[in-house]
Write a protein that binds this ligand. Structure first.
Ligand SMILES: NC(=O)c1ccc[n+]([C@@H]2O[C@H](COP(=O)([O-])OP(=O)(O)OC[C@H]3O[C@@H](n4cnc5c(N)ncnc54)[C@H](O)[C@@H]3O)[C@@H](O)[C@H]2O)c1
Length: 351
């Protein structure tokens, strides 16, 4: 019988609800919900029968009956709340992305290491059965090698305006792309060699975004070459007008011997697999909740004294890829990933 952990969920927005639901589905108990928006926190707490509601995360993380702090806040707050929780000796599960830059990532890592607490990051989409199927097809050579993995996202400007703020969630290359960068490394079993990207701000003239001093890149074509020779391509726009109905294409992976299409990192039922002169629909088992599954794996890792399956290492890697993309957009050049990553680690080193 595993230990019943007591969880403080910080942030009662969309992910806050997923976290409360995910933790509650396994044996653990959510003891409090915190949000600066009191009505939102109370509503979420009431719908799951949770007694404690806080407006200030510092108060929530200081409670002795809390073992794990589950962070569902905008990106600029991830480091502050992780540091506050770690100082109280609490384990931390934080939503992706890890941090806006390597200095903030280093602050998180220092606090977690000094306190000796566990740190997990919300890459639940990488647990989807479609990612494992793609990994098996690619790494067994069924599709041939090298493969190209193309991911696509086309959306109207995001109703959560902080997504467009260069000082907030930093646009889709930071906020959404990290799921793909993590997935590609898993599927290819390889690290990036070079990164090239071209970016634009298609939503720049929209009145809805006029209050944001610096807009993040909302549209881009990203090409990442991996050491394995495989290639990841991400085309994205979050700059379409409200009510824009054209959806994204399914993600596709293809090599010399075959290809597959579908929502690989979604908790969905089917992929289409294409080989010479044949095709089939592949049924995938799905989880009742990917969030519950990631929390189960995280708590298991704590009990067994292991690093969380996705934590600091995965978060820093995805962040380095994101920053390499930004660097390529700024300079118009191909970025050599290994040396760029070294540069980031060097900059984040304490002086
Ligand atoms: N893993 C995934 O698939 C996935 C999906 C969506 C979002 N996310 C990530 O989850 C995080 C949160 O996103 P979201 O969509 O839930 O955002 P959201 O806007 O729906 O919720 C954020 C909540 O934080 C609250 N908040 C802001 N500042 C606060 C503070 N100082 N103290 C307490 N509460 C505060 C807001 O009032 C809001 O209710 C982001 O990092 C985002 O990238 C992950």
């Amino acid at each position: 019988m595993s230990k019943q952990w007591r969880i403080a969920v910080i942030g009662a927005g969309d992910m806050g609800r997923h976290h409360v639901d995910g933790w509650s589905r396994i044996v653990h108990e959510v003891v409090s919900v915190t949000d600066v928006d009191g009505a939102r926190a109370s509503e979420l707490a009431e719908s799951f029968g949770i007694r404690q509601v806080y407006a200030d995360y510092r108060e929530a993380v200081a409670q002795p009956d809390v073992d794990i702090v589950s962070i569902c806040l905008p990106l600029p707050l991830h480091a502050d709340v992780t540091v506050a929780a770690a100082k109280q000796g609490k384990h931390v599960f934080c939503e992706k992305p890890l941090a806006p830059d390597f200095a903030e990532a280093a602050r998180i890592e220092r606090a977690v290491r000094e306190a000796g607490v566990a740190f997990g990051l919300g890459f639940q989409r990488n647990l989807a059965k479609g990612v494992l199927a793609a990994r098996d097809w690619v790494q067994s050579g069924r599709l041939g090698r090298p493969v190209v993995f193309h991911c696509d996202s086309v959306a109207e400007i995001r109703p959560k305006r902080i997504m467009h703020d260069a000082a907030g969630n930093k646009g889709p290359l930071m906020d959404l792309g990290c799921h793909y960068y993590v997935m590609w490394e898993t599927v290819f079993g390889s690290r990036p060699r070079s990164v090239h990207a071209v970016g634009r701000v298609l939503g720049k003239d929209r009145a809805e975004l006029a209050h944001i001093p610096e807009l993040a890149i909302d549209s881009a074509v990203v090409t990442i070459e991996y050491e394995s020779g495989d290639v990841g391509v991400f085309t994205v726009t979050w700059g379409m007008p409200p009510g824009f109905r054209m959806g994204a294409q399914p993600d596709r992976v293809f090599g010399p011997k075959g290809g597959a299409a579908g929502g690989f990192n979604h908790n969905a039922g089917r992929l289409a697999l294409y080989e010479e002169n044949r095709s089939e629909e592949v049924d995938l088992e799905v989880y009742p909740s990917l969030h519950a599954e990631q929390f189960r794996l995280f708590s298991e890792a704590i009990e067994e004294g292991r690093e969380a399956p996705t934590g600091l290492a995965a978060g820093k890697e995805a962040l380095a890829v994101t920053l390499a993309i930004f660097r390529s957009i700024e300079t118009g050049r191909v970025v050599d990933f290994a040396s760029f990553r070294e540069e980031l680690l060097h900059e984040a080193r304490p002086v």
